[in-house]
Design a protein around this ligand. Structure first.
Ligand code: 13P
Ligand code: SF4
Length: 308
């Protein structure tokens, strides 16, 4: 029996659900019960009846699932699967930041730690950020953290002034404008799609901007088209399955790596072997103090409520 079959058997025996982000390795996506973006996976975590949640994603995602399910065991195949955005917002410095702006509504992108969520009024993802901002009282100033690129994009989309934290995603800042122009010259009939964590010069030339789930939904509207995709290259696996007739080209990275594209080393820290072992031994798992989970659940629940 191969590893994928063993995982599928084990998850049935243990009544476990596997949630996988689009950036996970293809062989992990293949054994998942649900594949999705940050919002979709939070929604799946919130409504699961399984006893165990295996989160094939990064630490802040598994933490969110744990906060929504404090009584359940939430496993993360590799505990070192972090996130540069989450790391760019340390709790001490963020506390000082919000204390020096006490009149501001604190809105945070889900890519942050449980401690940051516990200091927030609202959490959002790239799928629902615009909707959440539009629902906030127009007379109150808003502070947004940690992603400055998404923040700048949201200012432009909503017309609201946001006070921005200076954080970013290493993966979405790795796209090379020069190489992207060269690629586009070779494929002038392609649509460029970009994730809003990308820098503004990339977003400026994109034909479509959206979350990972948004990009897949957009591609499905043009099933025979050609797309240059400016987000983590793991998305191409599910996207190609959803639009088999489309030609998908990953946007080029300025780094000279083997794929020529941009990959998230944190997301790729999870492997099929680690997934099998964590499900078998039920470790490593996410452990958070109860009071922290209670505080952090408030802005997450508000987000889920506003996203129904
Ligand atoms: P979404 O899948 O919510 O678009 O987020 C992308 C991302 O960078 C996750 O870490
Ligand atoms: Fe974090 Fe960027 Fe990796 Fe997403 S792609 S997990 S934002 S480092």
């Amino acid at each position: 029996m191969d590893l994928q079959d063993k995982i599928i058997r084990l998850k049935k025996e243990k009544n476990a659900v596997i949630l996988a982000h689009y950036y996970q390795r293809p062989e992990i996506q293949e054994v998942a019960d649900h594949i999705g973006d940050s919002l979709g996976l939070s929604q799946r975590a919130a409504d699961t009846h399984s006893d165990i949640i295996v989160f094939a994603g990064v630490h802040f995602m598994a933490e969110t699932a744990k906060i929504l399910n404090p009584e359940k065991k939430v496993l993360l195949p590799d505990l070192t699967a972090g996130c540069s955005l989450a790391d760019s917002c340390p709790p001490g410095a963020f506390r000082d930041f919000i204390h020096s702006h006490p009149d501001h509504i604190v809105l945070t992108y889900i890519n942050c730690s449980a401690e940051i969520k516990a200091m927030s009024d609202y959490v959002c993802t790239s799928s629902n950020a615009e909707k959440i901002i539009k629902s906030l009282p127009p007379d109150r100033p808003i502070l947004f953290a940690p992603d400055k690129n998404l923040g700048k994009y949201l200012i432009q989309q909503t017309g609201r002034e946001l006070l921005l934290w200076d954080g970013s995603c290493v993966v979405h800042e790795a796209f090379s404008m020069d190489k992207l122009f060269d690629l586009y010259r070779k494929h002038p009939d392609a649509q460029i799609m970009a994730h809003p964590e990308s820098e503004s010069h990339i977003l400026k030339i994109a034909h479509y901007i959206g979350s990972t789930a948004g990009m897949i939904a957009h591609a499905k509207k043009f099933p025979k088209d050609k797309f240059i995709v400016a987000t983590e290259a793991g998305i191409l696996h599910e996207m190609q399955k959803e639009v088999p007739g489309a030609q998908l080209i990953p946007a080029p990275s300025h780094e000279d790596n083997t794929c020529g594209c941009s990959e998230c080393a944190f997301m790729k820290a999870n492997t099929l072997e680690k997934l099998y072992h964590c499900l078998y031994h039920e470790t490593p798992h996410i452990d958070l103090p109860k009071t922290l989970m209670q505080k952090a659940s408030i802005p997450i629940e508000r987000m889920l409520e506003l996203s129904r």
